[in-house]
Design a protein around this ligand. Structure first.
Ligand code: PLP
Length: 329
């Protein structure tokens, strides 16, 4: 199988894949799941839906990925799992997380929604932890024509259970063993994904080439580009830089028809919907907060040419030097 794990269960969305992974492992009320504060809300909502409590930690300022040392410091007797998020198509520090999980008897789950095909020390994203969730939302590296998701695991018992849960909990037609849900992967999406999967490695290679080109062009730019752990083979779902006066820079680029994004403008603990939640309210995660104010996602897709990267990089550099001239006058 592409992910080099033994089992895969197609489900309706990436959120569902993470939710069923937790339900399948028996994670529920009273349990704590550790994850990172700088992620998409789709990493955290499944923890809450499972009835468990998210416990957030900050990210590493150099890699933007979950800070493994902080993970260790928030483990309590109620911790049942670590949810590693492979943010932007680059992998979380899985060696350290695996060791922490093993030493503390925790499940290690992967949110691989942005990391289709990435590798960490040779292993595919999604095959390293106990179970992982992928999203096939159309904008992903492997995107369907609508929503879709998959749970990947080498735990056959878990995948069998999830295949029941996603189909109303039935083992045989109209014989329901547990309270499941309708969370099947739509057949049309499955056909699209099967065809697109054949091209995924090639598309990822092209993203890698575009990223390398960006790194070279931006070497002398007043922006931060992020580094990866040794052995991390990313797939650059997004190409994210850190830049001061981000909003101004973004507007200036927009005027020159360069569309950029912000992933993500609000860290998890600052979302309005969590303002009364104990796990978020009043918490501070300085790196995640700084990043949400300064990150900018530059255009990234498999068809991005070297000329386009040159153009974007030059405009970005011009914009940054205009901003610093504005300040000095
Ligand atoms: C990091 C991350 N986790 C979870 C999800 C949830 O996936 P979906 O939108 O398919 O439910 C997404 C994608 O949207 C994501 O980017």
């Amino acid at each position: 199988m592409f992910c080099e794990a033994s089992d895969c269960a197609g489900v309706a969305t990436g959120c569902d894949a993470l939710l069923w992974a937790m339900e399948g492992l028996g994670i529920s009320k009273g349990d704590e799941v550790i994850t990172v504060a700088n992620t998409f809300i789709g990493s955290v909502l499944p923890i809450l839906r499972a009835g468990a409590t998210p416990v957030l930690v900050d990210c590493d300022p150099l890699t933007q990925q979950i800070d493994a040392e902080q993970v260790e410091s928030v483990i309590t007797p109620r911790t049942s799992a670590i949810l590693a998020v492979h943010l932007y198509g680059r992998l979380a520090p899985m060696d350290q997380l695996l060791e922490i999980a093993e030493n503390n008897g925790l499940a290690l789950l992967e949110d691989a929604a942005q990391a289709h095909g990435a590798r960490y020390r040779g292993k595919r994203a999604g095959s390293i932890g106990h179970a992982s969730g992928f999203s096939f939302y159309p904008a992903k590296n492997l995107g369907a024509w609508g929503d879709g998701g998959a749970l990947v695991t080498s735990d056959h018992e878990l995948s069998t259970r999830i295949k029941r849960i996603r189909n109303y909990g039935q083992k045989e037609k109209y014989i329901h063993f547990e309270k499941g849900w309708n969370s099947r992967l739509d057949s049309i999406q499955a056909i699209v994904l099967r065809e697109k999967l054949k091209l995924l490695d090639e598309w990822n290679e092209r993203r890698r080439h575009a990223s390398k080109w960006y790194y070279e062009q931006l070497e002398d730019a007043p922006v931060i580009t992020f580094c990866d752990d040794d052995g991390n083979e990313p797939v650059h779902h997004l190409f994210v830089i850190q830049v001061s006066e981000r909003d101004k820079v973004q507007k200036k680029l927009q005027r020159q028809k360069i569309q950029t994004g912000i992933h993500y403008p609000v860290p998890i603990h600052r979302h309005k919907c969590f303002e009364n939640e104990h796990f978020a309210a009043g918490k501070t995660f300085p790196e995640a907060e700084k990043q949400s104010a300064e990150l900018l996602s530059l255009p990234m897709h498999p068809n991005l040419s070297e000329e386009q990267v040159d153009f974007i990089s030059q405009k970005l550099k011009d914009t940054c030097s205009e901003s610093s001239n504005d300040k000095s006058t």
